[in-house]
Design a protein around this ligand. Structure first.
Ligand code: CP
Length: 343
């Protein structure tokens, strides 16, 4: 496995095997050890869960850790042919190979920058590292995808034995800020690949990018699941899983004032006890704004899976790193892979 950009680039059998391994690790299985190997963590955007769980996963696997944050580094340029006479002092063309010479895998977090839709859609920061590194590069969330969150969420659904044909509604929620699409994109594709009946519920104008929608439909076709879009906030009421997330409209990308104006009337897109049917479960990647995105009563109640999701970040990432590093370390991957995937 040569790095990871989005979860759905992995074969469905491999995703299932990684989820199963995450569950074994959660139950106390001993992780493989990779003494002498090093993991690079590069955070160009804030994080609580990803930062802490990646550090802990590295420790469990015996990895040396090289950790950098954007504020402690030179400002990075990623564009080709740029005259670097502004504030960026370092180009990814140097930064990526330099870091590759110190570590055996490099994990990068780079949010959407909301300066230019085209460069965010090209995911230019992550792709710059992927292109110029000589070691596998794993996304810890990029402009478009959050594969580690999706793998942890997949493990959460599998551990709780949520039927593969259950209905998962990803509902847009009001938020005071303009947020990226990475978790929303990753959630619909993860659930579609799992074979679920996936519904994207959002106000008109907040639909995800057409290529993501096409991808979710393809994954649903392949898995026997389904994918549909509605502008009805009441769509959560017959869901088995209500996954809440806020994201900005593609029509007002980078236009914070325009986005705020457009969503003035949308504050009641919030998950409350009335949004959930009896027995439904609530998911969110965290961090979450209480009583804005979701009410206290849901977040603190028995329907909420958010703590399990966050805990599974550790197990899912340990499983992923184990599998990814198993080649260079000379260790066998601990995954139980079907023959066609292991070949
Ligand atoms: N869900 C998630 O990635 O959390 P952090 O941004 O805190 O890492």
């Amino acid at each position: 496995m040569n790095g990871l950009y989005k979860l759905s680039e992995l074969d469905a059998n491999l995703v299932e095997a990684l989820s199963n391994r995450a569950t074994e690790l959660r139950r106390g299985a001993t992780p493989a050890r990779y003494e002498g190997l090093a993991l690079g963590l590069l955070f160009l955007a804030p994080s609580l869960r990803t930062q802490a769980s990646m550090q802990r996963a590295a420790g469990l696997l015996g990895l040396d850790l090289v950790q950098l944050t954007g504020s402690s580094m030179w400002k990075l340029e990623t564009g080709d042919g740029v005259v670097m006479d502004s504030d960026a002092a370092e180009h990814v063309r140097e930064a990526a190979p330099v870091l590759s010479s110190y570590v055996d895998a490099l994990c990068v977090r780079s949010f959407a920058r909301f300066e230019d839709l085209a460069s965010d859609l090209a995911d230019d920061v992550f792709q710059g590292f992927a292109q110029h590194s000589s070691v596998p590069v794993v996304s810890m969330e990029s402009a478009l995808w959050h594969p580690l969150q999706a793998l942890a969420d997949r493990a959460t659904l599998d551990q709780l034995k949520v039927s593969t044909r259950a209905k998962l509604v990803l509902t847009w929620t009001w938020h005071p800020r303009s947020l990226p699409h990475a978790v929303a994109n990753s959630t619909v594709c993860m659930a579609a690949q799992r074979g679920m009946d996936v519904v994207l519920a959002c106000p008109k104008g907040w639909e995800l990018h057409e290529e993501v929608i096409a991808q979710a439909k393809l994954l649903a076709d392949a898995s026997g699941g389904s994918f549909e879009i509605t502008n009805d906030p009441g769509a959560t009421k017959d869901a088995d899983i209500v996954y809440a997330k806020s994201w900005c409209s593609l029509e007002s990308w980078g236009d914070t004032a325009g986005e705020s104006f457009k969503k003035l009337e949308l504050r009641d897109w919030q998950v409350t006890p009335d949004s959930l049917s009896a027995g439904a479960r609530f998911m969110h990647c965290l961090p979450v704004r209480r009583n804005v995105v979701v009410s206290d009563a849901v977040l603190d109640g028995p329907a909420s899976l958010v703590q399990r999701q966050a805990e599974n970040r550790l197990h899912a990432q340990t499983a992923l790193l184990e599998h990814m590093l198993s080649g260079p370390a000379g260790c066998e991957s601990p995954l139980q892979l079907p023959a066609e995937v292991g070949a």
